[in-house]
Design a protein around this ligand. Structure first.
Ligand code: DQA
Length: 141
């Protein structure tokens, strides 16, 4: 299976930012962990702090023949109609992942522009959430 794993703004700062919410692992460590957990899948990693770059990356995923997407859109989850529309413009199933439990934090983090069009949502399970999303696609696609 070919799976795109998209991390949005500030997730390049993992390991340095708000460790009580996001743990001590870096983005590189997260990606290595997933490569180890899914050696037989082709994982396409992408991180950007720019909304338009993420939109364009999503548009291109049909050409890339990607089977599934795992996305942690960071703060864009709570603000971006453009990202929602990008997901609606491609016919690729996606799972929304959050490292922290967004439901146990500020109220504004409870709103997601992606959840109702996602196959599912995983929040609060740290890097394990990404692995579980891969397992979900493995079992269902
Ligand atoms: C996050 C939660 C978001 O509210 C926040 O803006 C992030 C990370 C998470 O992984 O828990 O940047 O998506």
């Amino acid at each position: 299976m070919k799976i795109a794993i998209i991390n949005g703004p500030n997730l390049n700062m993992l390991g340095k930012r708000e460790k009580d919410h996001y743990g001590g692992f870096s983005l590189g460590e997260l990606e290595n962990y997933l490569k180890k957990e899914a050696p037989s899948d082709s994982l396409l990693f992408f991180q950007s702090n720019h909304e338009g770059q993420i939109v364009e990356f999503i548009h291109n995923l049909e050409n890339e023949k990607v089977d599934a997407i795992i996305v942690n859109a960071g703060a864009y989850t709570h603000t971006s109609i453009a990202l929602r529309d990008a997901f609606l413009s491609v016919k690729i199933p996606f799972v929304e992942v959050h490292i922290s439990n967004v439901y146990a934090r500020e109220d504004f983090r409870k709103l997601s522009y992606l959840s109702d069009i996602a196959a599912g949502v995983i929040a609060g399970l740290g890097k394990t959430g990404y692995k579980l999303a891969i397992e979900y696609f493995r079992e269902t696609l």
